[in-house]
Design a binder for this molecule. Structure first.
Ligand SMILES: Cc1ncc(COP(=O)(O)O)c(C=O)c1O
Length: 443
């Protein structure tokens, strides 16, 4: 309702009406799904297409090798049969090989477990890790982060703490983490790398600090690799050849990795991800687990306690798909990084369009290096807080989400996702940003 002129790319009255119909105190504070619905409604009423940057949906076709293998598996009748809870053997073997080839780590197939998306993997991890040690009842999030992980804590009634890493990059991370770990209540830490929403990528020094402190304080690190290999500044695409996707697993055995198939393999719809538990953590014993599980071994509790209770495993056919995708990647026949590079290339162009029109990148550096171009980037416009900027951009046909829901202290910022924006929309994006800049001159 604050657009300064009626000359906005999207009809002012339509936007005002639809915001009113949403019936929330401040449209800019709405959830991702509410923003999506609002934009759908404005698009339908105005007949104008938005530059949609609010949702992190893969914008590319699924890995073909996966689709083919899944069809074949279905035709052979796997749908009738319960898969093993901890995954079909061929998939477990390929995950273990994938970890060797692309992370340069050794994990037994036993600790490689398919999950119903990485989302179920994190749910299962939080549930089991919060029960490993009676004295430790809290997760620490290195934010900004993916809001659903906190929602998972809320629905399970679990405790968490968090901090925005912006001011604690490099060696400064050590004291900050130690200030939490030394209290003795943290059982695990979660961060995503590359990071959703800011696309910061931890350096090896930072991963080493996290690993060392995990060893010192007996904390488990949940490393969320939802955007595996997607720091395009380096080429992580060659199996068995350095450089490898950086990981905390190089510096500690206290790790549990979550690898999503959604973005790296554009396989979001089949809801399959991988949980990779270190050999040491898998075998870790704690009698505190017996309060909830029939085994005091972490790996057994995870599989036969948590994953069994949640879904009794992961869809059979999707496991064949993932096994085929990984096999092709492991054999160097499928360059999954090449397939998704388009995101980085689009981000580079889109970031420039925003910056040329007065916007600033919020999370702009990995310590001394410019941030990579990838699936997301963060923006702000002087004079606006995040919710106000979201609302104002609606009149210009541009949608994004506020960083305030990601645990970021940069509440003036927005997260922009490149995946659904088509290159053919770039001229229109440029025009709309120019109009925005013209109507909101910077002094
Ligand atoms: C950081 C992060 N973790 C996890 C997920 C969920 O992945 P999946 O689709 O495999 O459940 C996402 C999806 O957007 C994500 O961004």
């Amino acid at each position: 309702m604050k657009a300064v002129t009626t000359e906005t790319p999207i009809d002012l009255e339509i936007v005002n009406d639809k915001i009113r119909e949403l019936n929330v105190p401040k449209a800019g504070n709405a959830t991702i799904r509410e923003i999506k619905r609002l934009v759908d409604n404005i698009e339908a009423a105005s007949g104008k297409k938005f530059i949609r940057m609010e949702m992190g949906i893969p914008g590319l076709p699924p890995a073909q090798v996966g689709t083919d293998a899944e069809i074949e598996a279905l035709q052979s009748g796997v749908a009738a049969i319960y898969p093993d809870i901890d995954g079909i053997p061929s998939l477990k073997k390929e995950v273990s090989l994938f970890a060797k080839n692309f992370l340069d780590i050794d994990v037994d197939p036993a600790g490689c477990i398919p999950t119903v998306g990485s989302m179920q993997g994190s749910f299962a991890a939080f549930m089991t890790l919060s029960r490993l040690n009676q004295a430790k009842d809290t997760t620490l999030f290195i934010d900004p982060g993916f809001p659903v992980h906190k929602q998972q804590h809320k629905v399970m009634g679990l405790k968490y703490e968090s901090f925005d890493v912006y001011e604690y990059r490099g060696e400064k991370l050590r004291a900050k983490l130690e200030s939490y770990f030394s209290k003795g209540n943290i059982h695990s830490v979660l961060y995503s790398n590359p990071n959703n929403p800011s696309w910061i990528c931890f350096t090896d020094l930072e991963l080493q600090i996290i690993g060392e402190l995990a060893n010192k304080y007996g904390v488990i690190i949940i490393e969320d690799l939802a955007y595996f290999g997607m720091d395009f500044r380096k080429d992580y695409s060659k199996p068995g050849v350095p450089p490898f996707q950086p990981t905390v697993a190089k510096y500690t055995d206290n790790y549990l990795l979550l690898i999503s198939s959604s973005k790296a393999f554009s396989y979001a719809g089949q809801r399959i991800g991988m949980m990779v538990i270190s050999n040491q953590l898998f075998k870790m014993r704690s009698d505190d687990l017996l309060r909830y599980y029939s085994s005091n071994e972490f790996g057994r509790a995870m599989i036969f306690g948590t994953v069994y209770s949640l879904s009794s495993g992961t869809a059979h056919s999707a496991q064949y798909a993932l096994a085929a995708i990984l096999k092709a990647a492991n054999e160097g026949k499928f360059n999954f990084v090449e397939q998704v590079k388009e995101y980085g290339e689009k981000a580079k162009i889109m970031k420039k369009l925003f910056v040329d029109n007065g916007f600033r990148i919020v999370y702009d550096k990995d310590i001394d290096q410019p941030i990579a171009d990838g699936f997301y980037f963060t923006i702000m416009y002087p004079g606006f807080d995040g919710p106000a900027l979201i609302e104002e951009l609606l009149y210009y046909g541009i949608s994004a989400i506020s960083l305030s829901i990601t645990g970021s202290e940069h509440t003036e910022g927005l997260r922009a996702c490149v995946s659904l924006v088509n290159r053919s929309q770039f001229p229109e994006l440029e025009y709309r940003l120019q109009k925005f800049n013209e109507h909101h001159p910077l002094v």
